[in-house]
Design a protein around this ligand. Structure first.
Ligand SMILES: [Mg+2]
Length: 274
């Protein structure tokens, strides 16, 4: 780590997107969120300035509303309207690009209910024209094979996230969604398109929710390959926090096109610029 922290400029930014884990909170063993220093104050300061903010987490096991409620309970108050997950960007993407197409969805019951309530037609059989994989708790081989057949037959193939693992309290947790996606990709010889972080669908969703062009947004996160990559896709101002997964990344070894605009130790350092 040879790069000196560079303070971000934020007075000209019109909206903010924050990652959650490793950026605003650390995850405890029991799954509860422990607010990182300054997290609550930073969000309050932004709201007081009249500018919109959203949190985007790549989790798709429960809905945005439940995630927001959990964070609020654990000390980082956020509303459901301020919370985004890959499910929101997936719903918007499917409405925009595959309207009326039946979707074979591999997901938890919560996510299934959320997507069905959004008016997306879900199907259990081979008539599907789209396969979408989100977090799954359990899967049986026949569902996997059905999905692979749809994708092999030319169906659109989406996943909420394709990162192999995410940070748990006691080390990396393998992503079941990514494992299921990889199985379908292997069988069907196709590559999935990601709809969560980092993707165009996700940054479009952020801009839409904020009501601000994506090049006027600041994206703050701890993951170079997820959050900073996402921000760059939209031409946003990107701020890497050293409080999470990329804490020891040597940015001098990262290609210029993948570096953040600014680096800080933690969100608390934003207070000076807000
Ligand atoms: Mg993170």
């Amino acid at each position: 780590m040879t790069s000196a922290p560079t303070p971000p400029r934020l007075d000209d930014v019109r909206g903010f997107m924050f990652d959650v884990d490793g950026t605003l909170v650390a995850r405890a063993r029991d799954g509860s969120a422990q607010p990182l220093r300054g997290a609550r104050e930073v969000l309050e300061r932004i709201r007081a300035s009249g500018r919109p903010l959203v949190l985007f987490t790549n989790g798709s096991h429960i809905g945005a509303e439940a995630i927001a409620a959990g964070l609020s309970r654990d000390g980082v108050p956020v509303s459901a309207a301020e919370m985004l997950t890959p499910i929101e960007s997936a719903i918007s993407h499917l409405r925009r690009n595959h309207p009326g197409r039946p979707v074979l969805l591999l997901a938890t019951r919560d996510t299934r209910e959320r997507i069905a309530a959004a008016g997306i037609e879900l199907t259990e059989n081979g008539e599907a024209e789209v396969v979408l994989v989100a977090h799954v708790d359990e899967i049986d081989m026949s569902s996997l094979e059905r999905a692979a057949r749809v994708v092999a037959g030319g169906g659109a193939f989406f996943t909420s996230s394709y990162a192999s693992a995410y940070a748990g309290a006691s080390g990396p947790i393998f992503s079941r969604g990514a494992m299921v996606t990889a199985a379908i990709a292997k069988a069907a010889r196709r590559r999935p398109r990601i709809l969560g972080k980092p993707s165009r669908a996700a940054i479009i969703e952020v801009g839409t929710r904020l009501g601000v062009p994506t090049d006027s947004i600041a994206v703050i996160g701890d993951d170079l390959a997820m959050d900073i990559a996402l921000g760059r896709l939209g031409g946003a101002r990107t701020v890497l926090v050293r409080s999470g997964i990329s804490h020891s990344v040597d940015l001098d070894r990262v290609p210029l096109a993948r570096r953040p605009d600014a680096v800080i130790d933690g969100v608390e350092d934003l207070l000076a610029a807000l």
